[in-house]
Design a protein around this ligand. Structure first.
Ligand SMILES: [Zn+2]
Length: 424
C-alpha cells in the first residue's frame, strides 16, 4: 500500500487514524508498506502483501499473528484462504510467476471461487450497463469544476468491487488511483495483480463502518453486491459520508441490486425501489430499472439518466440501479464512450468466442461456459453476434495495442475486447 493512503484510512471501530507500528515486524520502502501492523486507538490490523486488512474476522486476526511473528508468507496464505498445503503452494508458485494469467490464478483458487464466470465479465449484460453508468457519473463528478481553485480531480472508491473489473473502468477518471474495497482478500489481490493494476486495494467488511475518512472521495460505488449486504442503512450512510466533502458535490452509485418485487435466482435480501429510496438520508436518490439502461446501452446511447422510471415499471424490473448526487450534471443524457482506439491493456478475442478455422478465415462462434451462465447472462445475445467470420490476417494482428482498421468494428461489436494484460 502507498504510504499516503494512510491519510484517508480510519479504523472502522474507533474512527482513529492508522499508523505503522514501527516496533513490530514490518517491511517497507520510502513510499509503501509491504507487510506490517497498523495501529489506531483501539486495535491493530495487519498489512499483508501490500494490502491493509481492516476487519477482525478470524482469518484477519490469524494473519495479524503471523505478521507479528515475522511470517508474512503465512499471513498471505491465511488471507488467500487455501487450506490444503499443496493447493496453497500451487497458488504461491503462480503468484511469483511472470507468465501466470488471471485465468490460471483464478483456477488455482479452486472451483468455488467466483464461480468461474468472472473471466467473462467484460462483456456480460450486467457489466456493460454498470460500466456505462459508472463512466457517465464518474466523468461528471470527479473532475475539478472549472474555476474552483485548489480542487483537483478527485478519487473514486469501488466497494465490494470483487476482482476489480469495474474498478478498471475508473483508472483514467480517478486521481489519486481508485480504492477497491472487498471482504475477500484474494479478489482484491487479483485486481491489483491483473484487472486493475495500480488501484489501491483494501480488505474490509461491507457490513461494518467503512475504514475511510469523511469526504475522502468524490464518487462511491457498489455494483452487483448490495443485495447481499445485511446492514443496508449503515452501508448507504457510509457511502454518503465518504462523499460528504466540503468541495464540489460527489455521487453515490449502487448498480444492479435485486428487486424484492420480482423473483431472482440469486440469494440476498433485496428491497423494493421504495425501500432502497428510504435508505438515503442526506442526498436524494433516483432509482432506475436496469432494463431501461440496458436498452440505452445496446442502442449505443445516449444513456438517459434524466428519465424518471415510474414505480410500476421499477416494480417489474428484476434489477435496479440507484444514483444519488446533488451535482446538477448527473441526471442528464450522457453519450456512451466508444471503445477507445488505444487499449488500456490489449485487444484480444472475447473469451466467450471459440475459434473454428475455415480455409483463409476463422469462424468465431459464441460459446457459453455453462447452461447456468447462459440462463443468467443470455441477454448478451442481443449485442454479441452468434458467429462471425474473420480473415486470418486480421486475427493475426491480435493481441493489439490499438483497434485500428477492421479491428475497430470488432471492438464495437465486443467480439474483441480491451482486456488486462495476461488475462487468459
Ligand atoms: Zn480503532
Amino acid at each position: 500500500m502507498r504510504l499516503e493512503t494512510l491519510e484517508i484510512l480510519r479504523c472502522p471501530y474507533c474512527g482513529g487514524r492508522l499508523e505503522l507500528v514501527d516496533s513490530l515486524f514490518h517491511r517497507r520502502t520510502d513510499d509503501a508498506i509491504q507487510d506490517g501492523i497498523l495501529g489506531c486507538h483501539c486495535c491493530i490490523f495487519p498489512v499483508v502483501d501490500g494490502i491493509p486488512v481492516l476487519h477482525l474476522q478470524p482469518n484477519a486476526t490469524a494473519a495479524r499473528d503471523h505478521v507479528q511473528a515475522g511470517r508474512p508468507d503465512l499471513a498471505r496464505r491465511t488471507m488467500v484462504g487455501l487450506e490444503d498445503a499443496r493447493e496453497a503452494e500451487a497458488f504461491e508458485a503462480l503468484a511469483v510467476s511472470s507468465a501466470a494469467t488471471y485465468r490460471d490464478t483464478v483456477e488455482a483458487l479452486g472451483p468455488s471461487f467466483e464461480g468461474g464466470y468472472f473471466l467473462y465479465r467484460f462483456s456480460d449484460p450486467t457489466y456493460i450497463v454498470a460500466q456505462a453508468v459508472v463512466r457517465a457519473v464518474a466523468t461528471t463528478v470527479l473532475p475539478a469544476p472549472s474555476g474552483v481553485e485548489g480542487e483537483g480531480t478527485r478519487r473514486a472508491i469501488d466497494i465490494c468491487g470483487g476482482s476489480g473489473h469495474l474498478t478498471r473502468s475508473l483508472m483514467d477518471l480517478s486521481s489519486p488511483p481508485p480504492v477497491l474495497a472487498d471482504l475477500y482478500y484474494a479478489k482484491v489481490w487479483l485486481a491489483r495483480r491483473f484487472t486493475a493494476p495500480d488501484c489501491e486495494p483494501v480488505c474490509c467488511d461491507g457490513n461494518a463502518p467503512f475504514p475511510f475518512a469523511r469526504g475522502a472521495f468524490g464518487f462511491a460505488m457498489c455494483t452487483d453486491a448490495f443485495m447481499y449486504i445485511w446492514t443496508k442503512r449503515q452501508f448507504v450512510g457510509e457511502m454518503e459520508r465518504l462523499i460528504a466533502g466540503p468541495g464540489a458535490p460527489g455521487a453515490v452509485l449502487i448498480g444492479h441490486t435485486h428487486n424484492e418485487k420480482t423473483w431472482s435466482p440469486s440469494h440476498g435480501q433485496p428491497l423494493s425501489a421504495a425501500g432502497y429510496r428510504d435508505l438515503f438520508e442526506t442526498v436524494e436518490p433516483r432509482v432506475f430499472g436496469d432494463a431501461s439502461l440496458f436498452a440505452d446501452v445496446v442502442k449505443g446511447g445516449p444513456l438517459d439518466l434524466s428519465r424518471r422510471d415510474p414505480d410500476d415499471v421499477l416494480d417489474g424490473d428484476p434489477a435496479l440501479t440507484i444514483v444519488a448526487s446533488p451535482h446538477p450534471g448527473v441526471f442528464a443524457r450522457h453519450p456512451i464512450d466508444a471503445p477507445p482506439a488505444a487499449a488500456a491493456g490489449e485487444f484480444r478475442v472475447n473469451p466467450l468466442y471459440a475459434a473454428h478455422p475455415d480455409g483463409t478465415e476463422v469462424r468465431l462462434r459464441l460459446q457459453f461456459p455453462s447452461e447456468d451462465y447462459e440462463q443468467e447472462y443470455g441477454a448478451c445475445r442481443t449485442y454479441l453476434p452468434e458467429e462471425i467470420a474473420i480473415d486470418r490476417e486480421t486475427l493475426a494482428r491480435l493481441p493489439a495495442a490499438s483497434a485500428a482498421g477492421p479491428l475497430a468494428d470488432l471492438a464495437r461489436q465486443r467480439v474483441i475486447l480491451d482486456l488486462p494484460k495476461r488475462y487468459y
